[in-house]
Design a protein. Sequence first.
Length: 562
Amino acid sequence: METPEEVKKSNFITEIIDADLAVGKNGGKVVTRFPPEPNGYLHIGHAKSICLNYGTALRYNGTFHLRFDDTNPTKEDTEYVESIMEDVKWLGADWKDKMFFASDYFDKMYECAEELIRRDKAYVCNLTEEEFKAYKGNLTEPGKESPNRNRPVEESLDLFRRMKAGEFEDGAYVLRAKIDMASPNMHMRDPAIYRIRHASHHRTGDKWCIYPLYDFAHCLEDSVEGITHSICTLEFEIHRPLYDWFLDALDMPCHPQQIEFARLNLNYTVMSKRKLLELVKENRVSGWDDPRMPTVSGLRRRGVTPEAIRDFCDRIGVTKFDGMSDIALLEYCIREDLNKRAARFMAVMDPLKVIIDNYPEGQVEYMDAINNPEDPEAGTRQVPFTKELWIEKSDFMEVPVNKFHRLAPGKEVRLRYAYFVTCTSVEKDAEGNVIAVHCTYDPATKGGNAPDGRKVKGTIHWVSAEKAVAAEARLYDRLFLVEDVGAIPEGEDYRNYLNPESLKTVTCYTEPALAAVEPGTKVQFERTGYFCADSKEHSAGKPVFNRTVQLKDSWQKIAAKN
Ligand code: ATP
Ligand code: MG
């Protein structure tokens, strides 16, 4: 991120930080973090958080930490750690040597828990899970104090140590903070802070059989690392008093400020890790990096660039109000970015044979084609032209409708970068379908311009039938049929709303040069869309292109310039 827009733009978070700096808080330092739990792959919502945290650190010449919040051994895995590192790096956020794991602080957290007991601010409780819930009360009724609440400090300490030593079964005891069972904030009603869980952790192995809960762990992780501004999503606003309570109760020397912002929601997709995991596990997609997924790895495989994602995150901005962002805006950002960097090629998605009757049999001419009109440095390439060509079926009409300016009997069009051709007749099969179109070409129009100045209204793309390469094109569409997957009524399965046509695979014919591109190469198929050579399956022998996004530029405008 050389010049991230986030760095330049102010928002309510930068206002808070400016005010802190003005009064000399935190010794003038700004330290932010991105704290993923390694229990899934990152999605575009996480990208938003990464851009925000990293961009904020950059803006203030501060420090950015990547911290794995790996306090729940049963759902976490090193596969996820690795994918997260790859994705954060790819997005352009540089954590330098500041990569941490919450599990590295388990000793420290344990000490803090003992200290809370010693200060009579925590106690070991043996209520069952149901009792625990019943005692908690609800939004209208205060909770009831646990009979264990006044357990002597020494007894709680002893029990807690024995929890750690593995003497008890899962669930036999929990350590709870002693706060206020009547608090209107449910999170303050003596929340659990440590639980017994006999499970191997992906980093600490079997060293621990007790694990800290999120609210207790998170503020300590932030504090230990010297985070100044702990930026999180709005649902944690109600947890903030607890965050502050722990740090105060322990007199932690560093007390970060938690600031909440609205999470990113995107229509026609899901952002829930649980649902994304289900889609993967049930093979409803090909994996976390399926190009239909809203994951960073899926978007990357689809052909989206980090620049486009950062631009999108910047345009939606940082707010305090939950809302739904439009996938059309993301698509716009993708087009804007790829327009500048993608080389153009011709590819025919739905082929119809054209035979140029007056073109010499066996002749091949190489036509000069511009690689990228947006980038003069990109130069030109040579595209082979022969007697038999493929054009799009949709570029021909035997009986043209009004304003149809492409190929039709008796009509002349420009074949892009090649010649003017006029349709003379059609060939049909037994059912009357047009299977080939015969044309004549005007040799004087080579390159696509007539010396006599005559104009044609239509310009169409083509490939040489003899020289073209057949490629698999994967045409992606929205993953879900409904805009707000979260609004699907309870009791109805969100999976019933998956778009059955989110992937269509077709064989297309492309310029031969396309087979040779490296996996991951981003191109534009003229008039069709932006595509990306699949990073896993594309090869010169078996070209595979993923459609990143359809084209919406007006082809008419481009054609008019020629
Ligand atoms: P869960 O906690 O349910 O597993 P999560 O999406 O919150 O899922 P985390 O790994 O905890 O996953 O998220 C890491 C960070 O990314 C958190 O700080 C979280 O606030 C932020 N984040 C997660 N989802 C979004 C989103 N949709 N928009 C913005 N930030 C998000
Ligand atoms: Mg979370």
